[in-house]
Design a protein around this ligand. Structure first.
Ligand code: EPZ
Length: 440
């Protein structure tokens, strides 16, 4: 049972703190409404989490702006506090003082609620020479290995051992190394890039992830005195330095939240405008939605979309950035569920990321699975029903389907949604959807 750890000091005077979900909150959505108006996209969860962990690299007061108010960013703040940092969230601005770290242990009860807690491992080894971080478990859809994190750190001289479920490093002095990822990994790229900034000597990382979250992290670290070359390419060369200045950065817009709202317009045949987003980070999703008949206009930090009367079918294969993101696989399936024709959706990143399928079928979708390939035969209409959220993006897919299903849909366990979307229900209400949050 996930619990939302008690949060860091929140200054309620400025923050319009989104509803804090208890474990059994639910959303009641009545489908059939068109959406209209403008929606502001929040900071990117997957850019904020490594950025928060990176504050461990340098003593001092770090400033992060446009931090999304999510269960996951609150959990990361909690992890940092357990390590001795002082974290202050004022609205979307976050001050993190890591001058006096008093522990190197990231406890299981926090790590199990959010795998990204493992991001503190590399920075702790780099700054403190020691770490004791719980090995993250799997997630709703299956195993989430961290072997690349551990192999990379070992290549940099960190002799890590597994001790009762914890990754333990002692008296570690990181040294530059050459390491090529056998699989493109967002998390392992962030982890090793952060560790290498303070390692003795030069590290070369091959076959790295180039998601905008990684580029943003590298740019922010270089602004603090790191020497990372090749940013945005598949090979990074990092010259270790003696120390870094505190971070002072603004989190980039969340491309997955943005693409989720584009999918909401597509599935409801609506016209809406996204504000404070970056269309350059959503290219693959935009191209796919255009194939489905959406008209999309990208402006300066804004994107306006007009959905079709009925989306066309489309084939999608997920790939590392700049390909179609696996974090949009569930959401595009909801659009395909009512499309005119048969769509084939293949997830090559996570072969079992399909826990949303049986729930979409409950809403009347026609989806047949064959391994990591979903064949979706579009139906004229979906019908509202009680369904259950299982992970962040599966929850979003159920919300999208409910927006167009006939009648009422009740989505339980929406704490999954609150992990990765800031006030999604409030934002949809403002766009004209019929959404109500209740406590079950
Ligand atoms: C990040 O997870 C994101 N999370 C995920 O978003 C996202 O789905 C994923 O990248 C892929 O884009 C955060 O950024 C916090 P990976 P991460 O390492 O880093 C395999 C969401 O909904 N792999 O890029 O854990 C792995 O099994 C979340 O916001 C190894 O084999 O993903 C997968 O097949 C869900 N060994 C592939 O690499 C490793 O050591 C890509 O995973 C690490 C990964």
């Amino acid at each position: 049972m996930d619990v939302t750890p008690d949060s860091p000091t929140l200054d309620s005077s400025t923050a319009t703190e989104p509803a804090r979900s208890t474990t059994m909150d639910a959303l009641i959505i009545r489908g059939g409404r068109r959406l209209s108006g403008r929606v502001e996209i929040s900071g990117a969860k997957n850019a904020a989490l490594p950025m928060m962990a990176a504050t461990l690299l340098a003593p001092g007061v770090h400033t992060l702006r446009n931090v999304p108010l999510l269960s996951d960013t609150r959990t990361m703040a909690r992890v940092l506090e357990v390590l001795g940092a002082r974290v202050e969230l004022r609205g979307h601005a976050c001050k993190i003082d890591t001058s006096n770290l008093t522990s190197v242990e990231a406890p299981y009860d926090l790590v199990r609620t959010m795998r990204a807690s493992i991001y503190v491992l590399g920075p702790l080894l780099a700054r403190m020479g020691a770490a004791r971080v719980s090995l993250p478990g799997g997630c709703a859809w299956g195993p989430r290995p961290v072997n690349l994190h551990l192999e990379g750190l070992a290549a940099m001289g960190a002799a890590l051992e597994l001790d009762h479920g914890y990754i333990v490093g002692r008296e570690v002095r990181l040294a530059g190394a050459d390491f090529t990822f056998e699989t493109v990994s967002v998390g392992a790229t962030a982890q090793l890039m952060m560790a290498a900034t303070l390692a003795a000597g030069t590290t070369t990382l091959g076959n790295v992830a180039i998601e905008p979250d990684i580029t943003a992290l590298a740019v922010a670290l270089n602004a603090c005195g790191a020497r990372i070359e090749g940013v945005g390419s598949r090979t990074l060369t990092i010259h270790g330095v003696k120390g870094l200045r505190p971070l002072d950065t603004t989190i980039i817009p969340d491309r997955i939240e943005g693409a989720t709202f584009l999918a909401a317009a597509a599935v409801t045949g609506s016209s809406i405008t996204l504000e404070r987003c970056d269309s350059g980070h959503m290219g693959a999703a935009i191209r796919t939605l255009e194939q489905q008949g959406c008209e999309i206009l990208a402006g300066n930090a804004e994107v306006t979309i007009t959905g079709p009367r009925r989306p066309a079918a489309v084939d999608v294969t997920t790939e590392p950035f700049p390909g179609f993101p696996t974090d949009m696989q569930a959401q595009i399936m909801s659009v395909c569920a009512i499309a005119d024709g048969v769509s084939v959706i293949r997830d090559t990143i996570y072969l079992d990321r399909f826990t949303h399928v049986p729930e979409l079928v409950r809403l009347g979708a026609d989806v047949r699975m064959d391994g990591n390939i979903a064949t979706v035969t579009g139906v004229e209409r979906l019908q509202g029903a009680p369904v259950m959220a299982t992970d962040i993006r599966a929850s979003a897919a159920l919300v999208l389907a409910a927006l167009v299903a006939e009648g009422e849909t009740r989505i339980s366990r929406i704490y999954h949604l609150d992990r990765g979307y800031e006030s999604l229900d409030q934002k949809l209400l403002k766009l004209g959807a019929s959404v109500e949050r209740i406590q079950e």
